[in-house]
Design a protein around this ligand. Structure first.
Ligand code: S3P
Length: 450
């Protein structure tokens, strides 16, 4: 069942300062990869801190459908008994990846060099998203894909029976595409090479190395060149999933704009390929401090303290930073509305093909709340009104997009008049405890009638 069948409207309004510790859930990107690589390893991988959002539950179900034994032992505690590289069996039904672009694209990659056929679908948001960015490189391995017009789901992939290794330069800065090619390369003989001009999140490379794959990353004049030797035996691992910086972004940004707030988010990943938002917020004048830096699950982590920051200013966010904060622009635009002066976000065209067209969805909602926004195909300009000066008072459309829903609820916490979202149900895809966590900090976010 989809989490989005019944819309759940919610309203956020200004109130007391936010205070306390925000234990945000496990990293979504790392959780997908832990399940998929666990399923491709030999032996039992044990995972702690797994995100139990719907996106991840859908990937867990997909791994079961391909033959892995995936078991939940307790909250966040899972094990995956893998089938080994090349060991996927043919699913006996359609694989429903729900709302998750990462889930469907990584799983397509993982099965594309095994001679089986699988059909993939998802919710209305996922069925509208482009898949050719995945099926084009997978065709080079010898996989065949048949989908709807424009390369849309539902789509059937038949994996290559005699795969060849591939050298592929990413045409878009996308960790999903990079990861799909690397996962396909696992069952191709010889060396698969992926070249990325702009560094994107590197969890797949880190985790492949952890599972014992022969993978080598070189920084060259062409960009990052990643070389993977195919047909390794992946060895089951113990994986402690760090907390998700993309989820931490919501309580952190809320604390920055709600007067008097101070919130601590313990144990979030500080991986530099994910840290662009926090860098940008500091440039804007946000009071953010890192404490207790350490390592967990092969990733750098720290505790992050955020305090109300009434004097933030607008900045130019350069295109080169987009990949390291691609999921954080919606909530950044909320902070920008509460900062003084203009914020310009450049090189963000990829936002148009996320769970919703995030440039359009944010621009409409912000305008409805009294904030001036200009957009081009790949940029957005927000005229910040300064701390506590956003009028609010609108109902914002969320369009099956979890991050849009959470962003407008954060906006409402500092607006003059409450802000309503038409549907908060998609939040369950990435941050199932959002409502309770924000309530625990003192936020006034409540469910309302239609
Ligand atoms: C992800 C990559 C990004 C990001 C998504 C998670 C991943 O997508 O938006 O939420 O885990 O690889 P793109 O690869 O399309 O940029």
């Amino acid at each position: 069942m989809s989490a989005h069948d019944i819309p759940v409207p919610m309203t956020a309004c200004a109130g007391a300062p936010l205070a306390g510790t925000a234990e945000v859930p496990g990293d979504k990107s790392i959780s997908h990869r832990a399940l998929i690589l666990g399923a491709l390893a030999v032996g039992k991988t044990r995972i702690t801190g797994l995100l139990e959002g719907q996106d991840i539950l859908d990937t867990a179900a997909a791994m079961r459908a391909f033959g892995a034994e995936v078991v939940q032992h307790g909250p966040g505690e899972w094990s995956v008994h893998g089938v080994g590289v090349g060991g996927f069996g043919e699913p006996d039904n359609v694989i429903d990846c729900g709302n998750s672009g990462t889930g469907v694209r990584l799983v397509m990659g993982a099965m594309a060099t095994t001679p089986i056929t699988a059909t993939f679908t998802g919710d209305a948001s996922l069925r509208a998203r482009p898949m050719e960015r995945i099926t084009d490189p997978l065709a080079l391995f010898g996989a065949r894909a048949v989908g709807r017009a424009g390369g849309r789901l539902p789509m059937t992939i038949t994996g290559a029976s005699d795969p060849v290794p591939v050298r592929y330069e990413l045409p878009v800065a996308s960790a999903q595409v990079k990861s799909a090619v690397l996962l396909a390369g696992l069952n191709a003989p010889g060396e698969t090479v992926v070249i990325e001009r702009v560094a994107t999140r590197d969890h797949t490379e880190r985790m492949l190395e952890g599972f014992g794959a022969d993978i080598f990353v070189e920084e060259t004049g062409e960009g990052r060149v990643i070389t993977l030797r195919g047909q390794p035996e992946l060895v089951a691992q113990e994986i402690a999933v760090p907390r998700d910086p993309s989820s931490a972004a919501f309580p952190v940004c809320a604390a920055l704009i709600v007067p008097g707030s101070e919130v601590l988010v313990p144990g979030i990943s500080l991986n530099p390929t994910r840290a662009g938002l926090f860098e940008t917020l500091r440039e804007m004048g946000a009071d953010l401090t890192y404490e207790n830096a350490r390592e967990a699950g092969g990733e750098p982590v720290a505790d992050l303290r955020a305090r109300f920051s009434p004097r933030m200013r607008g900045v130019v966010v350069p295109a080169g930073r987009a990949a390291s904060m691609i999921d954080e622009y919606p909530v950044l635009s909320v902070v920008a509305a509460n900062a003084a002066g203009e914020t310009v976000m450049e090189g963000i065209g990829e936002l148009r093909v996320k769970e919703s067209d995030r440039i359009d969805t944010m621009a409409r909602g912000l305008r409805a709340c009294g904030v001036a926004v200009a957009e081009t195909d790949d940029s957005m300009r927000i005229q910040g009104l300064g701390a506590g000066r956003v009028p609010g008072g609108a109902t914002c459309e969320t369009r099956l997009d979890h991050r849009i829903a959470m962003s407008f609820l954060v906006l409402g916490l500092a607006a003059r008049v409450p802000v309503k979202v038409d549907d908060s149900a998609p939040i369950a895809t990435s941050f199932p405890g959002f409502e309770a966590l924000m309530a625990g900090l003192g936020a006034r976010i409540v469910r309302v009638n239609h």
